[in-house]
Ligand binder design. Structure first.
Ligand code: NAD
Length: 386
C-alpha cells in the first residue's frame, strides 16, 4: 500500500532561526502581513521585536493578538476580518500551537468559503491559502510542521481537528531560544504532548516507514531532555533537544496519525478547558496500559528507546516498564490527575462522559489505536484517569 508524506517546503532550525523571518517573507513576495499571536506574546515584547525586524525589511504589519489558548472559531473569524481589512498578502504566526493553528485556519479562509466547520476531518480543504510563515515558541505541539489545525467550534463545544496539506505552513522557523522563557508547568505539559506525538505516531495503525524513524528520534530526545528542561529552564542543550523533538514528532504524527490519547484529550479540552498538553499527560499512562495488547512489541521498542529497561528483556516486560516509566515521568513533572485540575468538578465530569466518549470516537483518532475502543471502554478509561 502506498503512503503520502507532507512537510513544509522550508524548515529552518537552530539558534537564531527566527531571524530569518523578514528574508523568508521577502522571498515569498510578501508586502503586508497579518501577524497572528496572543496577548502574552504582545505583552512580553517578543511580537514587537519581530514587527520591528519586518518593518526594517520593508514589510508592513497588521497585528492580530486575539488568539486565546486552545483557539476558537471566533478567534479565527476576527483574524480573518483583520486580514481582509488590512489588505494583507501573507500571514505570520508567533506562539504556541494555538497561534499557529489559528493562523493556519485564517490562511485557508482567505481562499476558501466560511464556515470553517466544513473543513473538519481529513482532506476537506479545496484550495491553498495565503502564504504562512510560522515561529513556534513552545516545544511543543509540532504544529509548525503539520498539516493539522485544531480549532474549537463554540456552537458545539467540540475541538475540530482538520487535516489537509493546504494547512501546511509555507516556512517554519524553529528557534529553540524562544522557548527559554517557558515556565516549568508549560514545559511539562507541552513536553508530554511531544512525547505523546512520538508514541502515538509509532504505535498507530497508520505508522509508515518514513514516520517510524522520526517518531523514535522524537521519543529518544524527550527521554533525554524533558526533565532537564523542566528543572533548568535556561539549559540550552535541553531546550534545543525538546524543540527538535517537537518538530520531529510533528512530522511523524501528521503523516502517521495520533490515536486514542489525543482522541480522548480533545473533548476534555473542549468541555473543561484543560490545556491540551496537560490533558494528554493525564491520559497517557492509562491509555497506554489499555492499548498494550494491540502492539506489545512496538511499545517495547518505545520503552527501550526511552532507556526504561535493559535492551535484552522480553517485550512483555519492556512494555510493562513503559507504563511505570510514564507514571514516574508524570509524578516527577508534577502532572496532576484530572480531578485535581482547575475547573473540573466531579459531577460535571461524570455528566460529560458520554458526550466526551462520542466526540472522541467521532474524531477518528481512536480508530488508529492499537486496540480500538468502544464508547463504554472510553468512559471507563476516563473514569480510571479521574
Ligand atoms: P498555547 O499556544 O495554547 O500557549 C499556552 C500559553 O503559553 C499561552 O498563554 C502562550 O502565550 C504561552 N507561551 C507560549 N510560548 C511561550 C514562551 N516561550 N514563554 C512563555 N509563555 C509562552 O500552547 P501549546 O500547547 O503550544 O498549543 C496548544 C494548542 O495546540 C491546542 O489547541 C492544541 O489542540 C493544539 N495542537 C495542535 C497541533 C497541530 O498539529 N496543529 C498539535 C498538537 C496540539
Amino acid at each position: 500500500m502506498s503512503t503520502t508524506f507532507n512537510v513544509p517546503a522550508t524548515i529552518v532550525t537552530g539558534a537564531g532561526a527566527s531571524r530569518e523571518l523578514a528574508p523568508q517573507l521577502a522571498r515569498l513576495g510578501a508586502r503586508r502581513v497579518l501577524f497572528v499571536t496572543d496577548a502574552f506574546m504582545e505583552k512580553s515584547g517578543l511580537a514587537a521585536r519581530f514587527i520591528r525586524e519586518l518593518k526594517q525589511g520593508g514589510i508592513d504589519v497588521v497585528l492580530f493578538a486575539g488568539v486565546q489558548p486552545d483557539p476558537t472559531d471566533e478567534n479565527v473569524r476576527a483574524g480573518l476580518r483583520a486580514y481582509v481589512a488590512g489588505k494583507c498578502d501573507a500571514i505570520v504566526a508567533l506562539g504556541g500551537g494555538s497561534s499557529i493553528d489559528a493562523a493556519k485556519s485564517i490562511a485557508i479562509l482567505t481562499t476558501n468559503a466560511e464556515p470553517l466547520s466544513q473543513y473538519q476531518g481529513y482532506h476537506q480543504v479545496p484550495r491553498a491559502g495565503a502564504p504562512l510563515v510560522v515561529i513556534p515558541t513552545t516545544a511543543g505541539t509540532g504544529s509548525e510542521v503539520t498539516k493539522v489545525a485544531v480549532i474549537t467550534d463554540t456552537a458545539r463545544d467540540v475541538k475540530m481537528m482538520m487535516l489537509d496539506r493546504h494547512l501546511l505552513p509555507t516556512v517554519a522557523l524553529v528557534d529553540y531560544e524562544l522557548t527559554l522563557s517557558m515556565p516549568p508547568a508549560l514545559t511539562a505539559h507541552v513536553g508530554v504532548d511531544t512525547l505523546t506525538h512520538g508514541i502515538e505516531a509509532y504505535v498507530s495503525r497508520k505508522a509508515t516507514a518514513l514516520t517510524d524513524p522520526l517518531a523514535l528520534a522524537c521519543i529518544r530526545l524527550v527521554a533525554e531532555h524533558l526533565e532537564t528542561a523542566w528543572r533548568e529552564p535556561q539549559n540550552h542543550a535541553a531546550r534545543e533537544g525538546m524543540m527538535l523533538a517537537a518538530t520531529l514528532g510533528g512530522m511523524a504524527f501528521a503523516n502517521s496519525s495520533v490515536a486514542l490519547v489525543h482522541g480522548m484529550s480533545r473533548p476534555i479540552g473542549a468541555v473543561f478547558h484543560v490545556p491540551h498538553g496537560l490533558s494528554n499527560a493525564m491520559l497517557l499512562p492509562v491509555v497506554t496500559r489499555f492499548s498494550l495488547p494491540g502492539a506489545e512489541s512496538r511499545y517495547a521498542v518505545v520503552a527501550r528507546t526511552m532507556k526504561l529497561c535493559d535492551a535484552g528483556i522480553a517485550d512483555a516486560d519492556a512494555a510493562r516498564a513503559l507504563i511505570s516509566g510514564l507514571e514516574r515521568l508524570n509524578t516527577s513533572l508534577q502532572i496532576p490527575r484530572i480531578r485535581e485540575a482547575h475547573g473540573v468538578e466531579q459531577a460535571s465530569f461524570e455528566k460529560a462522559l458520554s458526550k466526551m466518549a462520542d466526540d472522541a470516537l467521532a474524531s477518528g483518532s481512536p480508530a488508529n489505536n492499537p486496540v480500538v475502543p468502544t464508547a463504554g471502554e472510553i468512559i471507563r478509561l476516563y473514569q480510571e484517569a479521574w
